[in-house]
Each structure stands twice: as structure tokens, then as C-alpha cells.
Design a protein around this ligand. Structure first.
Ligand SMILES: *Cc1c(COP(=O)(O)O)cnc(C)c1O
Length: 396
């Protein structure tokens, strides 16, 4: 059996996205900035895609800026808010220590430029308390940036409550909705979101394209110097095939969201229940306030990397921490943030499902993970120490 269970890293492109891209490359190959008819055709195609994205988000087309993906959108939102803050003499930003590196590293750069950043600690549940966030706001706070859902442990933040708090204090709210997009509802007005990042390859669109929503009236600065594309907010010829692939992919996931959430949640819960039966295992992140397809566990006494390799041999594509952290020796900053000790964080496994996942696959994964964990423990000196009582179990 071959099972792709790493949808939080990237998703398989959908047929509608692929078809739209091929059609676009044939029929709308012009440069949207050109004045001749081929250019105007491309410009019209671009406008249609923009309208589709805006419609799904409940915003206006003029509030959509196409970018190269989640990372660029996060950077642009943060640096734009910082520029506005600096002008107003406000150089304090509130975020959390479980954000994506695209946010954390951008904030780190701002610290080098005299900004002060408060990173809220994460409770073990992985869900922030809005009251605690409110307590961190100051007179000089110019931005709150909190992700809508965590890409590693799948926890969903109370963005609407956070939005109300930010609005009441006159502070801009940016949310990285890259992991949430297409899985949970987004309504920028209702949730009082000022800026929001999305990335197409996380919802069955192509890689290298995304968007930033920026509420009307917020002055967004271009990260790049160049032409006046995207209303002067993002220089460079638009990635038209990418954008044209992203729009129908997003429409499709939004249309199927409610139905998919129900079946995904059932599969997720079955998988959580099955893996919980493994001794000395723990689910990472709140059991309920989590994305419908996200399962993330720590198993005592094993190494995540070995687990991944053995699962890969059994046909299961999974992840340990995020794709960005694997390959480095440091365990996932998110798992550390929710209080998992280093050695436990190293023994983590993330399985992320999509609408094609089945009961059969879930049952196969439960069986395979149980076998592989048992086999790795047999070979583990740490596990032997635990069995012999020379070391205390961290996970009961
Ligand atoms: C994947 C991801 C990003 C980065 O998006 P790219 O399009 O790959 O640059 C940012 N934030 C979150 C939460 C993500 O899951």
C-alpha cells in the first residue's frame, strides 16, 4: 500500500488546477502588463482569478495581492506593518513562539532594527488564551501576528476573539492561514483580520504561488523594487499559470470543506485512538481544537527519523516535525514550545490526511506505526534503561 500522509508539507495538485494551468499557458501566455490584445487577455485571466480568491475570502479584489507563497506573504505583512508602526512611533509586536519560521525569522530581523517582539508562550494544549494575548498589548504595539492553525500540531487559534481584541486596541492583526486555508472557514470581516497569508500548494494548488489579503486602507510595501504590478505592492511579472491554478484549487477545497471536514475528522479520530493504544505515547496539541486531518504524536524511547524511514519502506509518507526543521538536529520548536523535552520531541510523528484518505489507509497506518515503534524500541538503549527502571518515563 502506498499512502501519502504528509499533506501539511505539501499536497498533490488537483486536476482542476492542472487543467486551468495548461489552458492558461496556451491561451493566456501574454504579459498582463502589455497593452496589446494578448496582454489584455492575460490581464483579464488574472482579474478572474483575483475575483475568485476574493469571493472565497469575502473580501474585494483590490485587497488581494498575489505572491510567491506563504513565506513571502508572511514577510510582506510583517514588514509592511512594521513600516507603518515605525512611522507612528510604535515598535512593539506580539506573536507566539509556535509560529512558522517565515514569521519568526522575519520578526527576528525586525529585532535587529530596534523592534521589540513579545513571543507568547504556548500552553501544552497548543491553543493561546485571548486574555493572555490582550495582556501583552502595549501602547506602542503595532502588530499582532498569530497563525490561524499550526502546521505541525494542527491546533486552531481563536482568531476571531483575537481579532476583536486587536480591533478594540487599534492594533493590526495578521494571521498566517497557510495551514488552515481550505480546511476551516475563513471570513476576514467576521474574524476581524487585517492581513492574511495563503499558499496554493497547501490546498492542492501549484507550488510557488500564494496571496496576501490586506484590508483596504492598509499601506502595504513591496518587498521587491521593480515594476508596478499588483497595484505597486508586488513588483515582477505575475506568475499567471500559478495564480490561475491556485484559484480553482481554492474554490474546490472551499466548496467541499464542510463535507471533507466531517469525514476527515472521523478518520483523524480513528487514527488518534489507534495510536493512543501504543504504550508511552502522547498526542501533541489539543484533541478538539485541531485541524480535521492532523495527527501528531510523540513516542517515548525512539527517534523520529528512524521511524520515518521504516514507515517509508512500508509505503507511508509521513513527517517528523515540519519539513523545515527536519534535516537539522534541533527538534521542532513547536513541540518544545508546548513543553515536550528535547528527547521526547525527537520521537515525534506527524500524519496529515486529505480528502482521498480512507479507513483502510488509517487502519494500515495504525498497524504499521505500532509495529515500527515496537521494533525501534527493541533496538533502543534508552528503552532498555526505561524497562530496567534506570530512567523514568516522561510519557506515562
Ligand atoms: C507551508 C507554510 C508556510 C510557508 O509557505 P510556502 O508557500 O511554502 O512558502 C508558512 N506558514 C505555514 C503555517 C505553513 O504551513
Amino acid at each position: 500500500m502506498e499512502i501519502y500522509a504528509d499533506n501539511a508539507a505539501t499536497t498533490k495538485i488537483s486536476d482542476v488546477a492542472k487543467a486551468a494551468m495548461v489552458e492558461c499557458m496556451d491561451a493566456s501566455f501574454g504579459n498582463p502588463s502589455s497593452l496589446h490584445s494578448a496582454g489584455q487577455k492575460a490581464a483579464a485571466t488574472l482579474a478572474v482569478a483575483r475575483q475568485k480568491m476574493a469571493q472565497q475570502l469575502g473580501c474585494s479584489s483590490s485587497e488581494v495581492i498575489f505572491t510567491s507563497g506563504g513565506t513571502e506573504s508572511d514577510n510582506q505583512a510583517i514588514f509592511s506593518a512594521a513600516a507603518l508602526g515605525e512611522k507612528a512611533g510604535k515598535k512593539h509586536i506580539v506573536s507566539s513562539c509556535a509560529e512558522h519560521h517565515a514569521v519568526l525569522h522575519a520578526l527576528h530581523r525586525l529585532e535587529g532594527q530596534g523592534f521589540e517582539v513579545t513571543l507568547l508562550p504556548m500552553p501544552e494544549s497548543g491553543v493561546l488564551s485571548p486574555e493572555e494575548l490582550e495582556g501583552a498589548l502595549r501602547e506602542d504595539t503595532c502588530l499582532v501576528t498569530i497563525m490561524m492553525a499550526n502546521n505541525e500540531i494542527g491546533t486552531v487559534q481563536p482568531v476571531a476573539e483575537i481579532g476583536s481584541i486587536c480591533r478594540a486596541h487599534g492594533v493590526l492583526l495578521h494571521t498566517d492561514a497557510v495551514a488552515a486555508g481550505g480546511y476551516i472557514p475563513i471570513e476576514v470581516d467576521l474574524q476581524k483580520i487585517d492581513m492574511l497569508s495563503l499558499s496554493a500548494h497547501k490546498f492542492h494548488g501549484p507550488k510557488g504561488v500564494g496571496m496576501l489579503y490586506a484590508r483596504k486602507g492598509i499601506k502595504v510595501t513591496s518587498l521587491l523594487e521593480g515594476g508596478s504590478q499588483e497595484g505597486g505592492k508586488r513588483a515582477g511579472t505575475e506568475n499567471l499559470p500559478g495564480i490561475v491554478g491556485m484559484a480553482p484549487a481554492f474554490e474546490q477545497v472551499c466548496a467541499g470543506m464542510r463535507e471533507n471536514a466531517v469525514s476527515l475528522t472521523t478518520l483523524r479520530d480513528r487514527l488518534i485512538e489507534g495510536l493512543s493504544a501504543i504504550p508511552h505515547s502522547v498526542l501533541n496539541g489539543d484533541r478538539l481544537a485541531r485541524l480535521p486531518g492532523n495527527v501528531n504524536f510523540c513516542f517515548e524511547g525512539i527517534e523520529g527519523e528512524s521511524l520515518l524511514l521504516l514507515l517509508d519502506q512500508k509505503g507511508i509518507r509521513a513527517s517528523s516535525g515540519s519539513a523545515c526543521t527536519s534535516g537539522s538536529l534541533e527538534p521542532s520548536h513547536v513541540l518544545l514550545a508546548i513543553g515536550r523535552p528535547h528527547e521526547i520531541a525527537h520521537g515525534s510523528l506527524r500524519l496529515t490526511l486529505d480528502h482521498t484518505s480512507t479507513y483502510k489507509e488509517v487502519d494500515y497506518m495504525i498497524e504499521a506505526v505500532s509495529q515500527v515503534v515496537a521494533r525501534l524500541r527493541e533496538m533502543s538503549p534508552v528503552w532498555r534503561d526505561l524497562l530496567e527502571g534506570k530512567r523514568e518515563y516522561v510519557i506515562q
